[in-house]
Ligand binder design. Sequence first.
Ligand code: ADP
Ligand code: MG
Length: 698
Amino acid sequence: MHVLATPIEYLKGVGPVRSELLKKELRIFTYEDLLMHFPFRYVDKSNIHLISNINDTLAYVQFRGKIVRLEEKGLKRSKRLIAYLRDSSGEIELIWFKSIRWIKANIKLDKEYIVFGKPSFYSGRPSLVHPDLDIVDEKINDQRGLHGVYSTTEKLINKGLNSRAISRIIRNLIPLLQNNIDENLSKELIDKYRFPSKQDALINIHLSKDLKELEKSQKRLKFEELFFLQLHLIKTKIIRNNKSIGYSLLHLGDNFNNYYKDHLKFELTNAQKRVIKEIRLDVKGDKQMNRLLQGDVGSGKTIVALLSMLMAIDNGFQACIMAPTEILAQQHYETISNELSEMDININILTGSIKTKARRELLEELVNGDVQLLVGTHALLEDKVKFNNLGFVVIDEQHRFGVAQRAKLWKKNKYPPHILVMTATPIPRTLSMTLYGDLDVSIIDELPPGRKEIQTLWRSDSSRLKIIRFIREQIKIGRQIYIVFPLIDESAKLDYKNLIEGYDSIVREFPLPDFQVSVVHGQMKSEDKEYEMQRFVDGKTDIMVATTVIEVGVNVPNASVMVIESAERFGLSQLHQLRGRVGRGANQSYCVLMSGNKISSDGKIRLKTMVDTNDGFKIAEVDLKLRGPGDMMGTKQSGILDFKIADIVKDNKILVYARKEVESLLDDDLDLSKSENINIARFYRPYARERMGWSRIS
Ligand code: ADP
Ligand code: MG
């Protein structure tokens, strides 16, 4: 057995109790797992400060001195232990609110200590709360230098495994590793970038002597992590493009041509034309297409989807489009049915609310091939849904679909259908490289002509009357209004109350019979939602009061004002999506962001960004910086963006060159069979096997 595979309980300082906890709490089972448990930050303990020199610019300080006095102050919850530490320059208070008895019993008044902590100031007087204490002894050298801080948990801390204790057991591990860590980069790469060896990098990440050494090691480990992910993504893509057989949609037949010539109500934008050509080129061949279509809200993705599906139908295949919500599916169904109303195509819709008998009939028509174009929600993924010959799948607003779910759809066929994934949230390049590194990407970077830039205003409660007047004016000239309340968690009672109160006051401000107000929220039955939504779509109501259920996709060109209540509570991409609901027609449109006065600094940045720009890509960049990639893409659970050390926002330069290196490596040695790439190949094989488990593409 490789030493790294040794169960963690065999390590000095661990034992059976701690090993159980390490397994449960941190999923550390083996030596290797522990080795890969990197510090999440470092503190520099190389300087010893003088107590008299302390000032509030130092994040952490370290003193060397003796504790001269102990004192307990306060009662019950304000009870605290104060130790007075003195060095040659002065005195400082060390304070504990917890474990008072234990600390008191263990502090030795005659010994010299190294004390480390974060200084705080109460009425100008400095103190250290819950500092680290180490008695100065012959091991003093271990206590100095850079110290890693490890993530741990409450339960582990209770068994004595705080960050420092984890650091200590890692120190026991390091000597066992000598010459047991296999290099996984080629000599060429190591030389080119002057990387330390993998072994040195792993040791330094835990026990660095200085910052330079640490940074080199971090860089190497980040590179390595991004390199292998890119290697996997690009290799998968190349192999799939070379091998994966797909249905050839060779002909452009009557459906595509007739629709394009006779029924398309507008001229396509150049960007739409370009994307359709890209898709056409893909599906003509005999390889399966996997394409990501990025286009800002309102850029006209639906028509691209429709034309693509017609290509499939022209070649005798079925096509489907999957939307994340029932309302959206419904809207797609209506749009598509409308567009194709004069053509002879059998279109149907499958959602969760379609009842047993109708469903049974539909499923039968689907499996015998009568239904040519199916619109649906997640319901399409159920095992019972079987197509006759599914040739083309469109997935709209994809990031709401889980990874595993997507894979399911393409298991329904002999060959996988062509896949077009459409996202309305533009994705920064570094992120799409990682998340969709294995997809081909098309971008619609142009809005249909004649759109007026949406004006975005940020207002507080004091402007409410003005806003109400403005809304009345807009309704008077025939426009419709959205008013959106946050309902982040559809079951949150408080949010629900806010919505209902908001609705009541809106109805008071906009009374019948002059005004018609609709309301849609998550606690309504889906038929009722549908009904209310439909009334708004048909122009029968003036105001739509809603939660974020309208967030994605809904298309009402006559709506010209989007008011977002408690806008500071929404994420940037949500705000951008919501704003995208207006400005869809020829009218000047407005987005009003209502906020309270107490807003976090991130909240302010979000609202200011919205006021400053309509550009979805710029907004996405800010969003990525604020939220980090996992949250932004809703992929936190999926594991795709779980990096040990790399951060695709901060390390995007490393990502870009890792990707370049991967591309030139694969150009030269696609199956990694050349001897100079043996290190890479040896590491990659098990890596790829593990990744396949959650790969998006089967
Ligand atoms: P999204 O990309 O957000 O899904 P849609 O496909 O819903 O956008 O399109 C938004 C609106 O723009 C729709 O009303 C659609 O009919 C219209 N549209 C799409 N393409 C064009 C075009 N080339 N010229 C004019 N209007 C267009
Ligand atoms: Mg859309």
